[in-house]
Design a protein around this ligand. Structure first.
Ligand code: NAP
Length: 283
């Protein structure tokens, strides 16, 4: 598996496995075990997904040693702040059945993220977490976090797919040494991505599917991708993207699909900030 080197020297696989919306514990455990069997070495979960126990069981029951799996989890909004973050981290580790995390992310840029970050910096310095980062941070929020704290986030996990390509964010992240990670690499199926004519046409040249072309386009930009699937054949298909290379012309054709807008929601929308910030604590 190809990897990227984070700003603290830690190696992170370029392609991993996402687990959002795999709520059934058995389905989650089975899918993660299948991903590990296939060769994935990065598993992405979050306190808010409600599946950390199942992810932990899959890792424990797999044949892959713990130190060969890069495990990411995330801190949810209602746990923002210094003390709540320390507690939430212990609860996540407990549910996962692990004694350290490879990557811990602030899931959303809301609430007392500076308090959270100071707690995460301490946990990082205590070797409880190998790298700390953020998710869904626009450049202004990221700059605010960097200016007022010591450790520069290693990763920013943001919505990135052919219809919302984040080229400005990518330039900002590269300039500051923050690794760009895509969530929703398939836009969760929107814009008919799995039958898209441009992606199909390009894929036909290599005997690859639109899903594979999409993932290849991401990893070729050095954007870490974490596709999710509960189907064995798709788990295998999504992993098989390292034996072909897109040309500059093909990359540019995919570049033309960018709408420049989120297909889900804008993290700067006050109504969303209010809705998420006032929701009941779930984790
Ligand atoms: P996604 O990976 O873009 O799309 C998943 C959907 O695509 C599922 O419906 C899946 O169906 C289908 N699919 C997967 N591979 C396919 C293939 N080869 N052919 C046809 N259909 C295929 O969406 P996502 O799960 O939202 O994003 C990926 C990961 O990013 C998440 O799992 C999570 O770990 C992370 N994430 C993070 C955030 C954040 O705020 N930080 C937000 C969203 C997601 P089946 O499962 O039925 O195969």
């Amino acid at each position: 598996m190809e990897s990227v080197e984070l700003n603290n020297g830690v190696e992170m696989p370029l392609l991993g496995f996402g687990t959002y919306q795999i709520e059934d514990p058995e389905e989650c455990e089975r899918s993660v075990r299948e991903a590990l069997r296939t060769g994935y070495r990065l598993i992405d979960t979050a306190a808010a997904y409600g599946n950390e126990e199942a992810v932990g069981r899959a890792i424990e029951n797999s044949d892959v040693p713990r130190n060969e799996v890069f495990v990411t989890s995330k801190l949810w909004i209602q746990d923002a702040g210094y003390e709540p973050t320390k507690d939430a981290f212990e609860r996540s580790l407990d549910r996962l059945g692990l004694d350290y995390l490879d990557l811990y992310l602030i899931h959303q840029p809301y609430g007392d993220v500076h308090g959270s970050w100071r707690a995460m910096e301490e946990l990082y310095h205590e070797d409880r977490i190998r790298a700390i980062g953020v998710s869904n941070f626009h450049p202004d929020r990221l700059m605010d976090l960097m200016v007022h704290n010591e450790v520069v986030p290693a990763v920013n996990q943001i919505e990135t797919h052919p219809f919302y390509q984040r080229t400005d964010d990518a330039a900002f992240l590269a300039e500051h040494g923050v690794q760009h990670q895509s969530w929703g690499p398939f836009a969760e199926g929107q814009h008919d991505i799995f039958d898209h004519d441009v992606l199909t046409d390009i894929g036909d040249r290599y005997g690859k599917s639109p899903a594979q072309v999409t993932l290849r386009w991401l990893v070729q930009r050095e954007v870490v991708a974490i596709p999710k699937s509960v189907h064995d054949e798709r788990i295998a298909e999504n992993f098989d993207v390292f034996d072909f290379e897109l040309t500059g012309e093909e990359m540019a054709r995919i570049g033309d699909l960018d709408t420049g807008e989120s297909l889900f929601f804008d993290h700067r929308d006050p109504e969303m900030v209010k809705r998420l910030g006032t929701a009941e604590r779930e984790t």
